[in-house]
Design a protein around this ligand. Structure first.
Ligand code: CAA
Length: 387
């Protein structure tokens, strides 16, 4: 079942981007994904290769060397990459949806000129540092402190769960700029452009994860990290709002990643059910398996349809906060459910590393956790009902 079987017909350009992503994933990612996962190995050349394809500047305008694409096209490409390797997909999703978009939307002309071109070309990978060890779902409780010193800012604190944190050349980090004695909640947070070359920047613990093992996730320690004044992004005190608005986009990326994982699991299960024989016939002949595959296919199509409806609304310039949360919630729970069914279709072979559904099952779980847990998405959706 093709990606576009339910979507409004794709344009020739969208088909071309999907083909490019699918061919790249088949040739350069899929053959290595199992080993990268097993060894928790991050292949650094993937950044340059994605950059050469234009896949690290998909939403950046052409004047900054990006592809200037719409969200729907970007998410179609992301699904293709995720179906091959969810770890590579999260690298791409975070970079395209969060730091580059924050600099594009709220950066000064000088900041855009300086950072967007190398980010679009894949010379600088981006990361997003919001969470802290004690501030996850309650993101506005973050404690990392930025203090003015002359025209500089001095940052002290620890960031947690930073995707691309040890490979990024640019990290958009949120820190408090309110006074410790006069906390202003979400309004006391600002966004900064941090680079790893600065004294006081240190990569901390690398997480040993259940899934997404070839995507490094690290802590970052800022120890009186001195930033020049031009590293403040946008207005002081607006950093939390910027982060939330960016996560509205980021969550669509995670929904595309989850859809890709679910679709890959469906494809593997469908092929296996046609091959695997028990009781004298292929197991696809049994209704127990047919119904499972039918439900899996229905959920994948629903997740993709909601995702693309939300992305199309974003492309029309509409506010998508609850729809982005719905798309992420639906796609991530679909990924977890569909990969669980795929393991069941494979039986014992689904439980071992020799077959790919075991990796997909592990990779699916985090989509229900990062960029806002399923519970946080439900909070956002429920609040919108009373807004
Ligand atoms: N767009 C614009 N503004 C928004 C907004 C949005 N989507 N969401 C919130 N705001 C604004 C609110 O309007 C409010 O502003 P005013 O005071 O002016 O009205 C301000 O932000 C504070 O909002 P809330 O009062 O709603 O904040 P809250 O403390 O109740 O938190 C929350 C709400 C939804 C739980 C939020 O904290 C949240 O989304 N938490 C999850 C954080 C998250 O997703 N973290 C993922 C980190 S990235 C990652 O996963 C790692 C990776 O690299 C992949």
């Amino acid at each position: 079942m093709g990606t576009d079987s339910l979507l409004t017909p794709l344009s020739e350009m969208q088909r071309e981007v999907v083909r490019l992503a699918r061919d790249f994933a088949a040739a350069e990612i899929l053959p290595h994904a199992e080993r990268w996962d097993r060894e928790a190995y991050f292949e650094p050349s993937i950044i340059r290769r994605l950059g050469a394809l234009g896949f690290l500047g998909m939403l950046i305008p052409e004047r900054y060397d990006g592809m200037g694409l719409d969200a729907v096209t970007y998410l179609l490409a992301l699904e293709e990459i995720a179906a091959a390797d969810a770890s590579t997909a999260v690298l791409m999703s975070v970079h395209n949806s969060l730091p580059t978009q924050m600099i594009l939307r709220w950066g000064s002309d000088e900041q855009r000129e300086r950072w967007l071109r190398p980010m679009a070309r894949g010379e600088l990978l981006g990361a997003f540092a919001l969470s802290e060890p004690e501030a996850g779902s309650d993101a506005s409780a973050l404690a990392c402190q930025a203090v003015r010193d002359g025209s500089d800012w001095v940052l002290t604190g620890t960031k947690a769960w930073v995707t691309n944190g040890n490979t990024a050349g640019v990290i958009v980090a949120m820190a408090r700029t309110d006074e410790p004695g006069e906390r202003r909640g979400a309004k006391g947070i600002s966004a900064f452009i941090v680079t790893p070359d600065l004294p006081g920047f240190r990569v901390g613990k690398k997480e040993d994860k259940l899934g997404l093992r070839s995507s490094p996730t690290v802590q970052l320690a800022f120890d009186e990290l001195r930033l020049p004044g031009d590293r403040l992004l946008g207005a002081e005190g607006r950093g939390f709002i910027y982060a939330m608005q960016s996560l509205d986009h980021g969550r669509l990326g995670i929904a595309a990643q989850a859809t890709g994982i679910a679709r890959a699991a469906l494809e593997h299960a469908t092929a296996y059910a046609a091959e695997r024989r028990q009781f004298g016939e292929p197991i696809r002949e049994f209704q127990a398996i047919q119904f499972k595959l039918a439900d899996m296919a229905t959920r994948v199509a629903s997740a993709r349809a909601l995702l693309h409806a939300a992305a199309a609304a974003k492309d029309r310039g509409e506010a998508v906060t609850p729809f982005s949360s719905m798309a992420k919630l639906q796609a991530s729970e679909t990924a977890m459910w569909v990969t669980t069914q795929a393991v069941q279709v494979f039986g014992g072979y689904g439980y071992v590393k020799e077959y790919p559904v075991e990796r997909l099952f592990r990779d699916a779980k985090v989509t229900e956790i990062y960029e806002g847990t399923s519970e946080v998405q439900r909070i956002v959706i429920a609040r919108s009902l009373y807004a």
